[in-house]
Structure formats: structure tokens, C-alpha cells
Design a protein around this ligand. Sequence first.
Ligand SMILES: Cn1ncc2cc([C@H](O)c3cccc(CNC(=O)c4cc(-c5ccc(F)cc5)cc(O)c4O)c3)ccc21
Ligand SMILES: [Mg+2]
Length: 214
Amino acid sequence: YGSTRPERILAEVKRKATRGDARSVVDTIDQYCRHQEWAMNVGDEKGTILDSIVCEVKPRAMLELGTYCGYSAVRIASLLPPNSRLITMEFNPVFAAIARQVIAWAGVEDKVVLIEGPSGDWIPKMKKEFGLTSFDLVFLDHWKDCYLPDTKLMEECGLLRTGSILVADNVICPGAPDYLEYVRGSPRYESKYFRSHLEYTRVEDGIEKSVFLG
Ligand SMILES: Cn1ncc2cc([C@H](O)c3cccc(CNC(=O)c4cc(-c5ccc(F)cc5)cc(O)c4O)c3)ccc21
Ligand SMILES: [Mg+2]
């Protein structure tokens, strides 16, 4: 039987990355996905943009939608201030199982909570489950047609406060046109596009940073 791409990525991390060194896990995945087989991590170029926003915001409470192999969860967690928490949500149990091991190998498991299941089920119960008031920063990287409905659901559930920041991957490729139209057209958001490239390629892609104005 063949292994899956996430399993091959985990194997590469265990072979090449230094246990407890988040940076080496990130670099190992980037090397593998650039030179061996492409995978849908946010990647090094867009990852640098994400890093700068995480460092600027210094979120106490952060949400990631779409864990995949845990690449961006490791990247983000390695930049979080002490007693800050990243909650990352993964729908696919195979991806979640791999991501847990990648996050553990990087040594950031005490900053990351990985929850499994569909965002539509989880978002309405997050306040209660995690004793949250709101998220300072949300990274959207799950199904592109879920960006908009989940953003509206987060608004309705009071998970966004004045100044909460949404960072969305892939707004050009594969694209999230309804989401872009919403955050760029709504008076309740101040939106900015960071032009970049699809991970490990020369194809245009970008990240949209949107501040919720309340
Ligand atoms: C509801 N819910 N809640 C949590 C949650 C988590 C998941 C999974 O993690 C999951 C599974 C499959 C796909 C995605 C979205 N990602 C993408 O589709 C993507 C594509 C490409 C690309 C670009 C060019 C190509 F040619 C092919 C793929 C580049 C990118 O960076 C991507 O993020 C996410 C799913 C639903 C979830
Ligand atoms: Mg993505």
C-alpha cells in the first residue's frame, strides 16, 4: 500500500528536522515540498508575510482554520508570546494525526490545541469550550468556499472584537472571490492585499489581511 503525502512529509521531518527546533521543522517541510513533492502548506514566501503579522499582533488567542500537516501551526506557535494559545482546527482525521506528530516534533505542543471536526460545528461552541471572549487573530486556510460563511459565523458568535484581524491564504489561487468581495466591500472591515506567490511556485497568489472594525 502507498503512503499518503502527509505521511511522507512527517517521515521527512523525523529524518531531517531537529526535534524541538520549530525552525528546522519549517525549513525541512519547505525543502521537501519545493524539491520533492508539492504540498499545500502556506510555504516560505507567504509564511514570511504571516510571520510579520503574528509578530505585529502578538495574539493572546489565535485561531487557525485548516491545519493540514501542521506547517503553519508550527510557524505561528514558534512566534507566540508566553501564555498565548493557537487553536487549530482540522476536519480530516488523517491530516490531524500527522499534524499532531509534526507539532510535537517541533516542540510547540504546549502552545497549540488541535481540534478535529467541521468548523461549522466547532465555531458556535468555542467560547464555552475554551473560556474565550474573542480571537485577536484568525488564519483562514481551509476550504476556500468556507471562508465567507465561517467569517459570518464568527461575527454572529461574537468571536471577533473591534481590532480582531483575519488573515486569509489563497485569495487568488485557488481563490476566495466571495470572501474577498465581502471583506473589501464591507464598512465593518479594513482590508489589505499582500501580493505573493502560490507556495513553491511562480504562480501569483496572495494573503488578505482584514481588520474587523466592530
Ligand atoms: C471545514 N473545515 N474546518 C477545518 C478544515 C480543514 C480542512 C483541510 O485542512 C483541508 C483539506 C483540503 C483542502 C483544504 C483547503 N486548502 C486548499 O484547498 C489549498 C489549495 C491549494 C492549491 C493551489 C493550487 C493548486 F493547483 C492546487 C491546490 C493551495 C493552498 O494553499 C490551499 O490551502 C483544507 C478542510 C475543511 C475544514
Ligand atoms: Mg493555503
